[in-house]
Design a protein around this ligand. Structure first.
Ligand code: 3HC
Length: 708
């Protein structure tokens, strides 16, 4: 059996090599092996020093995240205990980082006396994005080594730093260079330290240099973190842990870190964020696809439509270094689209995110065209044209004619049937939906719509494409609105209905943003434009399962020319980007409620939140019961990456699991009774939710084609 840490001795230096693919996560087995080999090296008189390295492409991704929920994380040997033992070693210990070191992996390196690193390595503490903080000495050792400012920045942002930056800050002692094989070179570095009589430099003996900190720095940093991480629990605890390093002796600081770590670990937020970590990775596992399915080559992308969506998609590809041909039907539209892209890049330069040279390199990858023929050699063509079936069918008929055999033909439709579009071609196996979310360059989500005849390798290529352009691809089946927009519809319906029943739009929005949604329903409608919603509803009345009266306010605002932000008035008034509450909208709601015979009444915040969320969760349960989504985690990834659901709640389905499915079902039944005729029509628990509630199970246990 493969050992998770291997042991060898070179030139009187013991080399301990982490070997636990794929990422050397430090689960209990690896910890045990590391401890055993460490003690062997310490006991062997012929060993003068120890090098810790790994044989993977990473040094280590840190603690095994799966152990947190399983409760094994604290099992002996614990990471803090092991790192203490390493730091206290009477023999010199050098961390030889052959690749990235994250979280506990970096804490392991910090416990060593010196760090020798390959220049490509990234080093970071991503714990904050898992709802926790570095809990194996990282918050105490890092500031002692590099100062409070750098430590606070790294620990509260979760962003890794390059090996060069780490060398500059003092986190890394030496960068590997030259031709010599890395481990030999690390052993050479260690021998040199021995020869020079270098001290056993342990962080615990250092104290944080506070003399260079500007006055009031810690307080100011804490306030900034509170502001930028509103709703999140862990970031402020990260600050408190580093503050402990600044004010307490090492041992007491470690104790404080451990308390704060456990406080974070046992929050619903930590469970939610760790759920999302695994859910994002599980999205790429498609049960019906053989692991042997290979993706098609993707070297050149064509995009049809240079509007906001097409331009954003084009930027996402060129940002990833993939050449794009961007087509529009007339010169004016094409020029406008290309200019918007250039302006966006120009803004990135102004914000210091890109250099002028980088922008030019990206623009060089982008070629505008007016001729379909020029898309003939593209490996993937994404249609991002007007949301109209006739228009799309015409485009696909042309693409079929001009595109080379094996090219993938994708539509960015948000509502139309991918199967119907595919049927308009003689190669439906090559047709797929790639539903990007606006703004396409920024939003991480791509819904990959698997048509009934889409070939397996086309799906695999789409998943790989999403990864290449740094997005998260979620495979969904064909239905109106796919997964995300389908769940959005009842959520919006309920918000609109609540306004008719007596809650103001700003109140509904405030309840939703207090919960953590990036935007309220009505601010979102104003941003997208009321005209867009009206056009979609008018184009597909057959697909709207409910009474259009729920969108009466929106329709009336549209008829009044109040399209939202673009026209300066919608559900709100606008002065520039500032939102102003408009009493006319409430008056309109009163008038419409009276005409529909809806009794207006005071509505409390709990009811607003529950009704909006419960119908969304209920629809999500239907989406997975029908097999449109493969598992509930996929819906959470969709909502947190494309629809502004708060990451610290882990997505709507995780939220349901956290508060309990039986509570959701009871709530839906309660509203069914309380809301009388309306409730009877719209509040029926999904059979899947009812079954899970009866059996005391969670949505997270459900997988397509399997009984939970
Ligand atoms: N624990 C458990 N599993 C992990 C893991 C971890 N720390 N890191 C990655 N994995 C798993 C993934 O789930 C995935 O599993 P799968 O193949 O079954 O889906 C597999 O390893 C490969 O991961 P990726 O697909 O993410 O691989 P990449 O090469 O794209 O990325 C990475 C590598 C950048 C290291 C990325 O995996 C990552 O960010 N990992 C998490 C790093 C992290 O958050 N570390 C902190 C852990 S908490 C901690 O250390 C607490 C300590 O302070 C006490």
């Amino acid at each position: 059996m493969r050992e998770s840490v291997s042991y060898g001795v070179r030139n009187s230096v013991a080399v301990l090599t982490l070997n636990s693919p794929p990422v050397n996560a430090m689960g209990q087995t690896l910890r045990r092996a590391l401890k055993t080999h460490l003690e062997t090296a310490l006991a062997d008189d012929s060993v003068e020093a120890i090098v810790l390295t790994s044989c993977g492409k990473l040094f280590s991704a840190g603690a095994d995240i799966g152990e947190f929920a399983a409760g094994v994380f604290t099992a002996e040997p614990s990471l803090p205990g092991l790192f203490d033992q390493i730091e206290a070693s009477p023999k010199l210990v050098v961390a030889a980082l052959n690749g990235g070191a994250f979280g506990g992996g970096l804490e392991l390196a910090l416990a060593c006396h010196y760090r020798y690193v390959v220049p490509e390595a990234q080093l970071g503490f991503p714990e904050v994005s898992l709802g926790i903080l570095p809990g194996a000495g990282g918050t105490q050792r890092l500031p002692r080594l590099v100062g409070a400012q750098t430590a606070l920045e790294m620990i509260t942002s979760g962003r890794p730093v390059s090996a060069y930056a780490a060398r500059k800050s003092g986190l890394v002692d030496e960068l590997h260079s030259g031709e010599e094989e890395f481990v030999s070179s690390a052993v050479g570095f260690t021998r040199l330290l021995l020869k020079e009589g270098a001290p056993l430099r342990s962080c615990r003996r250092l104290s944080v240099d506070l003399t260079k900190l500007p006055d009031g720095y810690l307080r100011q940093f804490r306030d900034e973190v509170a502001l930028r991480s509103k709703g999140f629990y862990a970031p402020l605890r990260c600050v408190q842990a580093v503050e402990a390093a600044c004010t307490l002796p090492f041992r007491e600081g470690l104790k404080r870190e451990a308390e704060l770590f456990l406080e974070c670990l046992h929050t619903p937020q930590a469970r939610a964020q760790q759920h999302l970590f695994f859910a994002e990775r599980e999205c790429a596992t498609i049960p019906d696809l053989s692991k042997k399915t290979r993706p098609r080559v993707l070297k050149l992308v064509g995009i049809v439509g240079a509007g906001t969506m097409g331009g954003g998609i084009a930027m996402a590809f060129v940002d990833a270094g993939i050449p794009v041909r961007l087509l529009d039907k007339d010169k004016e539209s094409l020029e406008r689209g290309m200019n918007v892209i250039r302006d966006n890049y120009h803004n990135s330069v102004l914000r210091g995110r890109l250099t002028c040279e980088q922008v030019e390199a990206r623009m060089a990858l982008l070629q505008g065209t007016l001729f379909f023929d020029e898309l003939g050699d593209a490996d993937l063509v994404i249609e991002a044209a007007y949301e109209n079936m006739a228009v799309k069918k015409e485009i696909f008929a042309t693409l079929e004619w001009i595109c080379k055999p094996g090219a993938i033909l994708a539509t960015n439709t948000s509502t139309l049937s991918v199967d119907e579009i595919a049927a308009a071609t003689a190669r439906p196996q090559d047709v797929i939906g790639l539903h990007f979310f606006s703004p396409a360059r920024i939003m991480r989500l791509v819904e990959i719509v698997h048509g009934s005849r889409t070939a397996p390798e086309v799906v695999v290529t789409a998943l790989e494409m999403a990864k290449k352009i740094k997005k998260v691809g979620v495979v969904v089946g064909v239905c109106f609105g796919f997964a995300g927009n389908r769940m959005l519809e009842p959520y919006m319906r309920e918000a609109n209905r609540l306004v008719l029943e007596g809650a103001s739009p700003e109140r509904v929005d405030r309840v939703l943003t207090d919960f953590g949604m990036a935007m309220g329903v009505f601010s979102m409608a104003d941003m997208a434009g009321n005209d867009v919603g009206v056009q979609i509803r008018q184009s597909r009345p057959d697909q709207y399962r409910h009474d259009p009266s729920f969108f009466l306010i929106s329709d009336r605002l549209y008829r009044m020319g109040r399209f939202g932000q673009k026209s300066g008035r919608g559900f709100y008034g606008y002065q520039g980007r500032n939102r102003i509450v408009d009493p006319e909208v409430n008056a309109l709601a009163e008038e419409l409620a009276a005409s529909l015979g809806i009794r207006r009444r005071p509505i409390d915040d709990v009811e607003i939140l529950e009704r909006c969320l419960y119908v969304m969760i209920n629809e999500g349960a239907e989406v997975i019961a029908e097999g449109v989504a493969i598992r509930s985690g996929d819906l959470d990834v969709i909502w947190c990456n494309g629809m502004g659901f708060p990451v610290f709640r882990g997505g709507p389905m995780q939220y349901a699991d956290e508060i309990g499915i039986d509570g959701i079902v009871a709530g839906i039944r309660g509203y069914r009774q309380r809301l009388e005729e309306y409730g009877a029509k719209w509040f029926t628990p999904s059979p899947l939710l009812e079954r899970l509630a009866q059996e005391g199970k969670k949505l997270g246990q459900f997988r397509k084609g399997q009984q939970p």
